[in-house]
Design a protein around this ligand. Structure first.
Ligand code: BTN
Length: 241
C-alpha cells in the first residue's frame, strides 16, 4: 500500500496492529512523504518527498525468541545490502548495527520495532529509509548520500523496493529454516570497519580499537589495548577522521 502522506510508516503499521485489524504477514506500507519520520536513538528521519524510499514491512517471526532479535537485524540489513550490491558494489557496507553505508557516507537506515509476547517476537515492524534520488541534504546531515549522488542517475523507487523486499524474504526464509549463524556471518562479512584499527568514543573517552565481532545478542565487540569490550547502541560512537 502506498500512502501520499503519513506521520511515520512504522507508527501507521503499529497503529493498525493495535486496532486489532488483521494485517497479513509481509504487508508493506510505503509513503511518499513522512512528516514525523523516526530514526534510531530517538532521532527524526528526514527525506525529501517523492525522491526516497520510506517504507515499513510487517513480519511475524514467531520462530525467533526475544533474545534472538538481532538475527532479524542481520537478515534485513543483508536484504537491503544484496538488493543494492549490483548497483554499488564493494563500497557498500553495513555499519553496526543497521546503517547502510557507501564508503563513509550514510545511504540509509532502519528502525526495527519488535512487539514481544512473553519471550517470543509477536510482530516485527521493519522500517527502512533509503536515500535514492535526493541530491541536496540539510547542512546538519553531513555524511548523508544517495544513490543519485553516487551514480548521477535517477532510479525508479518501486523497482528498488521490489528488490529489497525479495532479498529480505530470502534471508527471512534462511532464519525460518534455522540458518541463523549463516545470516549473522553474512552480516559480519559486510561490516563497516571490521578488523580495522579505528577511533571510537565511549563515556567521553576517545580510544583506538578494532571491531572483531558482533555477538548473537547484537553487542559490538571492540578489541583495545586493555582487552576486549562489548558495547550496545548507546554506548559507543564511531569517530571518522
Ligand atoms: C536510522 O538510521 O536512524 C533509521 C531510519 C529509519 C527510517 C525509516 S523511514 C520508514 C520508517 N518509518 C519511520 O518513521 N522510520 C523508518
Amino acid at each position: 500500500m502506498t500512502l501520499k502522506e503519513v506521520d511515520s510508516t512504522n507508527t501507521f503499521l503499529k497503529n493498525i496492529l493495535s486496532n486489532s485489524k488483521p494485517v497479513p504477514d509481509g504487508t508493506v506500507i510505503m509513503a511518499e512523504r513522512q512528516f514525523a519520520g523516526r530514526g534510531q536513538r530517538n532521532n527524526t528521519w528526514h527525506a525529501e518527498p517523492g525522491k526516497n524510499l520510506t517504507f515499513s514491512i510487517l513480519l511475524r517471526p514467531s520462530f525467533l525468541s526475544a533474545s534472538q532479535q538481532f538475527y532479524l537485524t542481520c537478515a534485513v540489513s543483508m536484504g537491503v545490502y544484496d538488493a543494492l550490491y549490483p548497483l554499488l558494489r564493494d563500497s557498500l557496507k553495513i555499519k553496526w548495527p543497521n546503517d547502510i553505508y557507501f564508503d563513509d557516507s550514510k545511504l540509509g537506515g532502519m528502525l526495527i520495532e519488535n512487539i514481544l509476547q512473553g519471550s517470543q517476537i509477536k510482530h516485527s515492524v521493519i522500517g527502512i529509509g533509503l536515500n535514492v534520488n535526493q541530491e541536496v541534504f540539510a547542512p546538519d546531515a553531513v555524511n548523508a548520500t544517495s544513490i543519485k549522488k553516487i551514480l548521477q542517475k535517477d532510479y525508479e523507487l518501486k523497482n528498488i523496493l521490489a528488490e529489497i523486499c525479495n532479498h529480505i524474504e530470502g534471508y527471512y526464509l534462511h532464519l525460518k529454516a534455522g540458518r541463523l549463524e549463516f545470516v549473522r556471518n553474512m552480516y559480519l562479512s559486510r561490516l563497516y570497519w571490521l578488523n580495522e584499527v579505528r577511533q571510537f568514543k565511549s563515556n567521553g573517552h576517545i580510544f583506538e580499537g578494532t571491531i572483531i565481532n558482533v555477538k548473537e545478542n547484537g553487542l559490538l565487540v571492540v578489541k583495545q589495548q586493555n582487552g576486549e569490550q562489548e558495547y550496545n547502541l548507546k554506548e559507543i560512537e564511531f569517530l571518522n577522521k
